[in-house]
Design a protein around this ligand. Sequence first.
Ligand code: OAD
Length: 227
Amino acid sequence: MRVFVLTGAGVSAESGLGTFRDADGIWARFDPMKLATPEAFATDPAMVHAFYNLRRRNVIDASPNEAHAAIAKLARHGDLFLCTQNIDDLHERAGSPSVHHMHGELLISRCAFCGARTEQFGDLTTDDPCAACGRLGALRPDVVWFGETPFDLAAIEAAAVQADLFVSIGTSGGVYPAAGLVRLARHHGVRTAEINLEPSQIAGAFDKRRYGPASIEVARFVAGLIG
Ligand code: OAD
């Protein structure tokens, strides 16, 4: 069975990484238009770096939870296409071998001048040189900001429509094109399931729904699929 899994911030919530749209979420405390757009970076790159530096340190300090582990178990068992909106590396650290980061990765920097991508574990500043071209001040986190196109979208959409089962985990369904994948998959006859703390904004698009903490519900779901 080909399984397509889409994860969002809820899968990493129990690892201590904040979600975005919950009452105490990241976008309740910070204005995304001032921190997560190309215009924000052009206006105040130091402030944008400070925001992502803090988030990078949080990711490095976090550990995968039972939900990441269950998804890695599913990956070892068979045909899994794992797509995440998360910019952390917790799926990889839990053992998932292939992760499609549609919103990019925080532990990679990208040179806006030459496009080179480099592992980034430390803080980024506006003075850092690019390791490839030497240009100063052109490095940015390799993440997708509002107004930018998600990575790998054609491959992600192709995998979603070819799956036998589409599973959405820990996402509010508020950000497109990720939130549109379930309807695309359904349109092609794919069975769909949602696992979330509460019904998402697009809960009606799922055939099956399970509500509760991802660490418990994803582990149960995977056990039900593969025994
Ligand atoms: P959201 O913060 O919008 O939604 C997180 C979802 O996870 C909510 O529906 C919560 O109810 C649920 N949740 C919280 N804790 C959970 C738990 N322990 N177990 C299961 N579910 C839980 O995050 P995303 O949907 O991932 O994009 O947000 C999508 C995109 O919006 C992000 O990738 C980011 C953000 O702006 C960019 O920065 C481009």
